[in-house]
Design a protein around this ligand. Structure first.
Ligand code: URA
Length: 238
């Protein structure tokens, strides 16, 4: 792929803008030697404004999503893309979130530009476990774990019952819920179905991948080991 197209596809600018960046000497090799648009160099040998070029197509990253940020490219208000480098929202192929978290939910949110990977993570066949920590408005009744595990719970306007889900009671108003599917507002609707209300919701892990030391609003690229964790069974979520 020609350098201009490669750099433009990574979201650094339109092809015209990238051509201007070449003219301004902003595209160099690692030693600072100016590159020209028709040079033939490998991805790792291209720097923009003294920084290595973003990774090529096939990236995955995780974001510690704060409350109050929407999983969308063009909603009013703060968007998850505002927490990533601006050019990430302009990449081609698109960097999309793997499923969504509600505006009022915090926690681990994955992104990728690899459609195959995205599909493998959200596919019901993969049964990737997502662990949610919920703070509830009312005390738990005591029968929720059995109902959620039963595989018979039908949510309003759904055609099939929910897959069995594991509820771990932390105390009367705090619970950890492990889901292997991702229906619309699923956690909130499950607790609503048992007469409760979720006051705070946080996703602690996807597979065995946890946020680790990432603070709210921070993100990092995932490597092969992280991706293997996504498809592994969750260890005790922290
Ligand atoms: N379930 C919800 O209700 N909200 C989320 O953001 C994720 C799962």
């Amino acid at each position: 792929m020609r350098l201009v197209k490669l750099i433009a596809n990574l979201g650094y600018g339109s092809r015209r803008e990238v051509q201007a960046m070449f003219r301004e000497g902003r595209i160099t090799d690692p030693s600072g030697e100016v590159l020209y648009a028709d040079d033939k160099v490998g991805h790792a040998d291209v720097y923009v404004d003294g920084e290595p070029l973003d990774p090529p197509q096939g990236i995955a990253l995780m974001l510690h999503k704060p409350v109050g940020v929407t999983c969308s490219t063009k909603d009013a208000g703060r968007l998850v893309y505002d927490l990533l480098p601006r050019r990430f929202a302009l990449r081609d192929p698109l960097l999309s979130s793997v499923g969504r978290l509600d505006r009022d939910t915090s926690g681990l949110l994955l992104f990728t530009d690899d459609g195959g990977l995205l599909h493998r993570i959200i596919s019901p066949k993969a049964s990737v476990a997502k662990v949610y920590e919920a703070t509830l408005a009312s005390d738990l009744r005591g029968d929720e774990a059995a109902l959620f595990a039963s595989g018979t719970l039908m949510l309003e306007s759904e055609k099939t019952p929910l897959a069995p889900a594991e509820l771990e009671v932390v105390d009367a108003r705090h619970a950890r819920l492990t889901l292997t599917e991702g229906r619309y507002h699923q956690v909130r609707r499950m607790f609503a179905a048992v007469g409760n209300h979720v006051e705070q919701l946080h996703r602690a892990s996807v597979g065995a991948l946890t946020l680790g030391t990432l603070s709210e609003g921070e993100w990092r690229l995932l490597d092969a080991e992280d991706l293997a964790c996504v498809f592994a069974k969750p260890s005790q979520a922290t």
